[in-house]
Design a protein around this ligand. Structure first.
Ligand code: FAD
Length: 379
């Protein structure tokens, strides 16, 4: 039986980044090909790449994003145009293949892990077909349905909320704005979520809804009412749906017996806007570093002090998705063509205070702004 220092289960962003740090490591993934299928809107911030020292590369970038529009139910736009690109819609398959270029770990595809056993201070990883591998450490980077979480951290399983995200890659008749990501807010239609258009080119986009409500019906309505109205006839090229696990990280166990949970396996996606690529890469990096420094016990505390794991974010998401549409529209009136951070300026704060819809929610409102801003430092 082959033995490694570390076995990483999952070759998504979390596992691949861990595998870039670790020698004497083996990455196992059930996929036949890295990066496929794509189940992602493919939006990544400039900051997320910078934090990993990854230079944006045209080979895996679809569009450079200069504006993030949050559109309220009455059609007001929150967010402003930035001269410099603030993020990217990537080609996720190519991005993941690019991440494999600097791997120190070995990688084995078409290999589904079905069980894990911890005996005599060593992990035994059992794959479909019965083959076994041994290691001192395991890193669970195996996404929303993580076998590592289910087998090794069963107590965390019911602490995670799984948000369904239904999404299509579509082709449009009319041109899209390929510098702008559009997020449609409507707390009456979308239960704890929103709809989005992430441009992939001048006439293709990832269009989806992440919501606890009747998402499939809502996506059909969104395609007919928003896409058809603004961009003419559309064609569905590919279904790119999936699930986004969101957790109150402070209550979850992320490390035990030399086993780590990273990325979506740990439920690290943003509870407000549900992105998880940056947190996946960051947690993969931290797990790798903890192993290299021979200090694995410090992993959980390190993750729990990251801005994206702040408990206030969960509260902020409850506040945000608990607002009436009237409050979302007032947000649109105050922040039209501005970022939410405007609330932290003297003028912005005065404007907020002058609106009756905010006055009754004022404490909640400022908590939302601070939590949102803090989490961005790491996403
Ligand atoms: C529709 C949708 C849209 C999204 N849009 C965005 C977005 O625009 N921006 C953003 O930041 N985030 C987005 N996300 C979230 C983002 O995709 C995830 O947070 C991110 O992929 C997490 O990376 P990961 O490496 O932790 O897990 P994953 O990318 O899920 O990788 C896990 C890997 O583990 C493998 N695996 C699973 N089980 C096993 C097993 N038993 N044995 C072997 N291998 C296994 C899988 O094949 C997979 O390759 C979106 C998610 C969805 C569903």
């Amino acid at each position: 039986m082959q033995e490694y220092q570390t076995i990483i289960i999952g070759a998504g962003p979390a596992g691949l980044i861990a595998g870039r740090h670790l020698k004497n490591a083996l990455i196992l993934d059930k996929k036949k090909e890295i990066g496929k299928p794509v189940q992602c809107g493919e939006g990544v911030s400039e900051n997320a790449l910078e934090l990993q020292g990854i230079e944006p590369d045209d080979s895996w970038i679809s569009c450079k994003i200069h504006k993030m529009e949050r559109i309220t139910p009455s059609g007001k736009v929150i967010g402003k145009f930035h001269e410099e690109a603030m993020g990217y819609v990537i080609k996720r398959e190519k991005f993941e293949k690019y991440l494999t270029q600097d791997l120190r770990a070995e990688i084995k595809l078409n290999t589904k892990v079905i069980d894990l056993k911890f005996e005599n201070n060593l992990w035994e990883v059992i794959i479909e077909g019965g083959e076994k591998f041994k290691s001192k450490y395991i890193i669970g980077a195996d996404g929303p349905a993580s076998v590592v979480r289910r087998k090794v951290f069963p107590e965390s399983q019911d602490k995670i909320k799984f948000v369904p995200a239904v999404q299509y890659l579509i082709k449009t008749e009319k041109e899209l704005d390929d510098k702008t990501i559009k997020i449609y807010l409507d707390n009456e239609k979308y239960n704890h979520g929103y709809a989005w258009i992430f441009p992939k080119s001048k006439n293709t986009a990832n269009v989806g809804i992440g919501s606890m409500g009747n998402f499939a019906e809502e996506l059909n309505k969104f395609l007919e009412e928003i896409i058809k109205k603004n961009y003419g006839d559309y064609e569905i090229i590919e279904n790119r749906s999936g699930t986004i696990p969101v957790a109150n990280i402070s209550q979850c166990k992320l490390y035990k017996n030399e086993a780590f949970l990273v990325g979506d396996a740990a439920g690290l996606a943003d509870p407000i806007f549900k992105g998880g690529i940056s947190q996946a890469m960051m947690s993969g990096k931290i797990a790798g570093e903890c192993i290299l420094e021979n200090n694995p016990d410090s992993y959980e505390a390190k993750i729990k002090t990251m801005p994206f794991a702040d408990e206030k974010l969960i509260k902020a998401s409850e506040i945000f998705y608990g607002f009436d549409n009237e409050v979302l529209d007032e947000l649109g009136n105050v922040f039209e063509n501005k970022e939410l951070s405007y609330a932290q300026t003297f003028r912005g704060a005065l404007k907020v205070l002058s609106r009756s819809a905010f006055l009754k929610n004022i404490k909640k409102f400022f908590m939302l702004v601070f939590a949102w801003k803090n989490s961005k430092d790491c996403m």
